[in-house]
Design a protein around this ligand. Sequence first.
Ligand code: SAM
Length: 442
Amino acid sequence: MSNRPFFLEKNARFVADCIDMHHSGLGVVKVDSMVVLVKDLLPQEKALIHIMRVEKKLAYAKVIERLVSSPYRIESICPVSMACGGCPLITLSDEGQSIMKQNIVKDQVRFHGLDVVVEPTLNSPQRFHTRNKVAVPIKHNPFQMGFYRLNSHEIVEFETCYVQTQTQNNILEVIRNYPHKEELVDVKHVVLKENHDQTQMIVGFVVSKLELVSKSSLIEVLSKLKNVVGVVAHLNVSDGNAIFKGKDIVLYGANKIVDELEDLKFKLSLQSFYQINPHQTLRLYQKALDLAKLSKDDVLVDLYCGVGTISLLAASRVKHVIGVEINPIAITNAKENQELNHVENASFFVGDASDVTNILKDLDMKADVLIVDPPRSGLSSSVIEQIKELGISRVVYVSCNPMTLCANLKELSSHYDFDTIYPVDMFPNTRHIEIVLVLEIK
Ligand SMILES: C[S@@+](CC[C@H](N)C(=O)[O-])C[C@H]1O[C@@H](n2cnc3c(N)ncnc32)[C@H](O)[C@@H]1O
């Protein structure tokens, strides 16, 4: 027998209150044990809604008439934002986004039974044109380039994307207007990666086959644009959703741009991870380094170090820094960056984070401070066990996923104290939030 209320069926209409926002950006309405996800409905809003589809435990609806508006609702500046799934919070003011992101973290803290204060979100000073990297899906016959409609693989095309920089929008326009689309049939994504002052960009084509694109005269067209320093094909023959799962082949110029943070320079390749909002990167790192309270006698381990940004920014404050990262291309960049910035007291290793104990043993070093910045999956149980066994006095945790962060904190709480979480907004207009906190050994 279904628990569904009798009136909850396709085409039903009723007045509903939005109590939360789903991670997809849809408003959440509760009807007994059923959840109704409503397009363009914000928390605190009341509306007459129309049920579009009913599934076992979920239903989907649209707004017919908004009866009470959120005090944080604003007009979207993007004409395709209601179709495109890229910016679910675009109709929330800065203050509204800040509160929502703080609450997302608070919910996880509460769910995991942690006793910590969640500070107000450190907002991005700029809310549009913030990303230094984008990956834009492409479909063929007919050619379509844009982002996916929410919960689908249907492409929503755009002229200007407001999360991208104008230079990125200009490059996409060149590709969109290129007449010989038959040369691009093997391209699945265009990936653009640029430095913060937008003077250098790599244009990446993720392809299932190399032949046609490598001979395309689009490469010559792109090579003439003054900010394009490299055109790179990424050969990915897998069927899965991962964009990068293969190797890079340089078609023009170099697979490298140079960015600056403080007085340091960082070389980056198409595939290596780099924080995507240049307006917030240093503010995030500064917070992490302040919390680390580094001193000249410290050995610092930077686990999940990427191209060595945190390691190299910290190097002048410590005796030695050890960076560990699984992606060999990122470690090649990290070593180049070390040389470029004449840093002598850093060592970088390709490895899984769970190699940390062995790496320290081989170096005959003991870590005083650890910074971890894992991917969304968080720390593995092996890494958590090793952190506890190594007995490192201070651990700074940088996380892009409040759920895995809080689960990891729960496990670490037997050995570490922590009291304050700092959310930093690296991803305006989305529900994503970066978090940083310090753990002190008990
Ligand atoms: C969120 S990024 C942080 C990078 C760097 N701290 C920064 O701010 O640019 C996470 C990094 O962890 C790396 N990574 C993913 N899984 C890993 C693992 N099991 N062991 C070591 N590194 C890993 C990724 O390649 C990526 O560079």
